[in-house]
Ligand binder design. Structure first.
Ligand code: SIN
Length: 318
């Protein structure tokens, strides 16, 4: 797959990163589900400044999602139980992809299926669309949505993780990202399964299962009872997972988990991530990702580093 210069340039050699087959002008991306289908944000964010964007998860068929309320704020965090509300693959191909082809940054499409076959059907259709007109720099497999019943949280089981990644790998030739769940005793078995089945990059991680209670009414707050926790509250837990995985695997890692400040970005890079996805922070400052890119060179100076690549996984391990 050719890299489109409009999507990765103008390259500041200090900031650009290579994650296996994926090239980014810098390591700051926006996370799925927090940046719409990008069009919504284009008037506010200079997309040409970002390393990349990941639109909201798409499924084969349209989904109306979970009953409301679907969002609740928590201390330093947010619980969501959206339930993969989206208009389906065909709508994405006809309405969103033509626009996404025009955005001046790398686009990583995120998909979820009910079965490994469904993932593969979607991946094949996207690969065909990409082969003819391009526009997609990578495919992120959402193996980890905690809000949908019926086997969608594949990454809780390494065998299921491997089955999905293996089937998609057969039909998707480009960079392949596996987005894993933290809702397991150890993330390492699923990560290993994903890598062995052909994932190029690990996206760590989706949200942590939680809930909120309205004690006065004695009911759960969320319509779906439970939801996925994101935001600064989860950052230390995700740091641990990234550090652990980077110590075990040589595939690049994209960290997702409460990234809000340049300190957060630097902590994740040093701990082993090659890039980060900014998620919940977009809801309180949609321009935060641009600001983080602008702050990166100064942070590199603090370490006396010539490039982002130089600091990735540079943590001293005991
Ligand atoms: C959702 O749509 O429920 C959130 C997506 C996810 O957590 O993967």
């Amino acid at each position: 797959m050719q890299s489109d210069p409009a999507k990765i340039g103008p390259e500041d050699p200090r900031l650009s990163v290579r994650l296996g087959p994926l090239r980014l002008r810098n390591p700051i991306l926006t996370a799925s589900g927090t940046f719409g289908y990008v069009r919504e944000m284009a008037g506010i964010v200079d997309l040409s400044r970002l390393g990349g964007v990941v639109p909201k998860t798409i499924t084969l068929q349209p989904r109306i999602g979970n009953p409301p309320p679907r969002i609740v704020e928590t201390p330093s965090g947010m619980l969501n139980s959206i339930g993969l509300d989206n208009d389906g693959l065909e709508h994405f191909l006809q309405v969103h992809l033509p626009y996404l082809r025009t955005v001046p940054t790398q686009v990583i499409v995120n998909i979820a299926g009910k079965t490994a076959d469904e993932f593969a059907v979607m991946a094949e259709r996207l690969a065909e669309a990409n082969a003819s007109e391009g526009g997609l720099a990578g495919l992120e497999l959402n193996l980890s949505c905690p809000n949908v019943a019926g086997g969608v949280d594949f990454a809780v089981d390494p065998t299921l993780t491997a089955a999905v990644v293996r089937q998609v790998r057969k039909v998707w030739p480009g960079p392949l990202l596996a987005k894993l769940t933290p809702n397991v005793h150890s993330i390492l078995p699923a990560a290993q399964a994903a890598v062995e089945a052909g994932a190029d990059i690990l996206s760590l991680v989706n949200t942590f299962l939680g809930m909120a209670v309205d004690w006065r009414r004695r009911v759960p707050v969320l319509g779906n009872v439970t939801g996925g926790l994101s935001g600064p509250a989860i950052k230390p837990m995700v740091l641990r997972l990234v550090y652990q995985a980077a110590g075990r695997f040589s595939v690049p890692i994209i960290a997702i988990g409460g990234i809000t400040t340049i300190d957060d970005v630097m902590e994740f890079l040093v701990a082993g991530a090659s890039a980060v996805q900014v998620g919940t922070a977009n809801f309180f400052d949609p321009t935060v990702s641009m600001k983080l890119v602008a702050q990166l060179p100064q942070a590199l100076d603090v370490l006396g580093a010539c490039s982002v690549s130089e600091i990735i996984n540079s943590i001293r391990r005991p």
